[in-house]
Every structure is written in structure tokens, then in C-alpha cells.
Design a protein around this ligand. Sequence first.
Ligand code: 8YV
Length: 322
Amino acid sequence: MTDAATAAARPALLLTGPVMEDVVERQLAERFTLVPLEELGTADAGAVRAIATRGKVKVDDALMARLPHLEIVANFGVGYDTVDAAAAAARGVVVTNTPDVLNEEVADLTLGLLLATVRQIPQAERFVRAGQWIKGAFPLGPTLRDRTVGILGMGRIGKAIARRLEAFGVPVAYHSRRPQPDVAYRYYDSLVALARAVDVLVVIIPGGPATRRIVNGEVLEALGPNGILINVARGTVVDEPALLAALTSGTILAAGLDVFEDEPNVPEGFMGLDNVVLLPHVGSSTHFTRTAMGQLVVDNILSWLDGKGPLTPVAETPWPRT
Ligand code: 8YV
């Protein structure tokens, strides 16, 4: 049999790493031969029609070039900055992600991280465990009450965060590439202007070259000495050395970070600071939401395999093709 005939008979699916074994791998194994990346040989490469990936390994043009019958790359996660979607489009390969099913979960975590950072919840907990309470009360701290929250990115998750903030009774403003017609929050066409106008900046925009380190020293300076930065997007969006300097010098007050540029490595400098709350990229990580994300990966791939097209293609690879 030729490679193409083999691919049609029993297609192979490349896993760039483990992808929810009990949800994704179990279901896809019924229709595909699963090939882990480290076992990819020439024979398997010819049979690969699909990739399931979760953002640890880059799916770049060089990898796609090794797979002559690749048709679809399904990303586990809404952010697909580790998939070269433009290169996929040029090769006629469809890319899918997992939008919407994680909006509320990530928004919940964002509010939790914001409150933890403003009200110093982890610090207060450490205070109790260290037996300090017996010696005196935990010091008074900052509040959410007198703040305006700026959101960088008013996509689906940004809107879910903003809805929650409305319930907390704090004004919301935002910056994104263009104003969103379906929200009434104040729009700033410049990130620095937004940072200057608010006391909290919540980052929820896609990663990738276009947004690399856009939260830089100038933005942090504009946020000011009472300012709080919350990043639940991608570590690459924030200039980490500039943030570390800003937290150390008092240029801003505090930060809450769920994401880092080189995960799972957290810059050593943050570890010793008491004005930063550090989380291990847990925005969507509950059984409920990760199962929904995994199921959407499966549904995209099986819909494609059955000739019905992808369910949630990304903007670079629209479906039907334009
Ligand atoms: C996941 C995420 O942590 O959806 C995203 O873009 O960052 C998270 O939901 C990640 O995709 C899982 O590897």
C-alpha cells in the first residue's frame, strides 16, 4: 500500500505529548493509530492525518513538512500560540482550538486571583500557619473598593471577567485592537492610556509575536504605585524582567500571575517577593472544564474525519475555506 492508501485505511494521529488520556486519547484510539512524537518514524509520518496538541511542543512548519498527509491540527486550549496557524493555512491544514467551553472557568479563576492579590489572601494564610496571629493582627491592606479595573483584551473571556466585575461594583475599562460593539465599558485605543486611567490591569489577550511583551516598563509605569497587574493570558505578553523590577522598586503595588514565559520555570526573582501571587497556570484546570475542552478536541477531529468539517476552526484557517 502507498502512504496515502495506508492513511485512508487506518489513519494515524500524532500526539505532541499526553493529551487527557481518559478523554481524548481513549476516544481517538478507536479510529486512529496513536503515534507519540518521540516515536514518529517515516512510515507513521506518511499515515498521519491529524495532530492533537496541548501547547507544550511547537507545531511549526518543520513538523508539518514531515507529515505529507496532515489535514488537521487540533489544539487543546483556546490559545494556540504554539501552533503556526499561518504555516498550516499555507499547507491547506485546518487548525482548531477550544473556545467558549473554558470562558467561565478562567473568569472565575481571574477574579479569585485578583481578590487574592488585592486582599493578600495567600499572605494572610501564611501568617496564620506561621503562628503570627497569636502575636498580633494581620496588617490592614489594600482594597478593591476604590479601584477601576482595566482589561487588556475584550474577547469572550474578557467579557466573562467584566461581567463578574460589574457584580463586584467596580468600574471597567478596556483596550483591545478595536472597540467591541456589544459592551458599554469605556474603550481606550492605547494600552498606556488605559494603564494610566486604571488601578488594576487584567491581561487576557492571545500570546504570539503580535503581543510579545506589550505590557512593558512604560505600561507598568503608567499603572503606577497603587497599580496591580493580573496576568491570566500568556507569560510572553508581559516583559517579565520589567515586571520584576517594577514590583521590587514599588513602580507598581502588586501582581497576580497564572502564566509565565518559560513554564513551568518561574523566574527566581518572583519567588522571594511578598507582593506577587504565583499560580501554576491553572486558569482552566478543573475536571469539569478540562473534560469539556478534551471532548471538543475529539469532536473536531472526528467531525473532520467523517467529512463534516471542523467545529471550531481558528481565524487563520476558516471553514468552509474562503
Ligand atoms: C490550558 C490555556 O492551560 O486554553 C488555554 O489557552 O492556557 C489553558 O486552558 C492549556 O491550554 C492546557 O495545556
